[in-house]
Write a protein that binds this ligand. Structure first.
Ligand SMILES: [Zn+2]
Length: 180
């Protein structure tokens, strides 16, 4: 019995001193994993499934849809991503809307990636994307409003306001966008 006391005490101290560290390490790992998911990596070969353009040259405009099976599609701008979101199977027969796990857009000022449903989108401004007029994402209403007044924008929208009709209008618009 006496022989067992030292190992038990030693074990007790090891547990005391190392468990909190181990927990902290585990937490920071989890945090890192979550942060990593909020980053988009694209290769020079990645093409937008909607318009066929290479996305790599348009880092500032890149958006991404991630799927349950770990695959993803990257887009050269919001308009293409929205068209895909509205009808995924039209552009990739293997993808369904319910397979989508995360959609990331890029804040125009900070270039940080943010979830699509947290963003505020400025439309009708004098800033053009690779495919003409764009929906320009911001992480706050305040920044979207500042951009709107700096760049003669028309409106700030949320993701749920975006539909095919609006995308068509943005595509067809020449110098200025008219929304009613
Ligand atoms: Zn595209």
């Amino acid at each position: 019995m006496k022989n067992l006391i030292y190992p038990i005490i030693t074990l007790f101290f090891i547990t005391m001193f190392f468990t909190p560290d181990a927990c902290a390490l585990d937490l920071s790992r989890k945090k890192k994993k979550a942060e990593r998911k909020l980053y988009i990596t694209v290769t020079k070969k990645d093409r937008c499934p909607v318009c066929g353009m290479f996305v790599h040259p348009y880092q500032k405009w890149i958006t991404q849809i991630q799927f349950k099976n770990g695959s993803h599609h990257s887009f050269d701008g919001m308009k293409c991503m929205c068209r895909f979101y509205i009808d995924p199977e039209k552009y990739d027969a293997t993808k369904k809307k319910q397979d989508i796990t995360l959609i990331l857009v890029r804040d125009y000022y900070t270039l940080k990636f943010i979830p699509y449903d947290k963003a505020f989108y400025a439309v009708g401004s004098d800033v053009f994307g690779p495919m003409g007029h764009e929906l320009i994402p911001f992480d706050s209403q305040k920044n979207a409003d500042i951009f709107l007044s700096d760049h003669n924008g028309l409106k700030v929208l949320r993701f749920d306001d975006i539909n095919t009709e609006l995308l068509d209008k943005l595509d067809k618009a020449k110098k200025t966008v008219t929304l009613d």
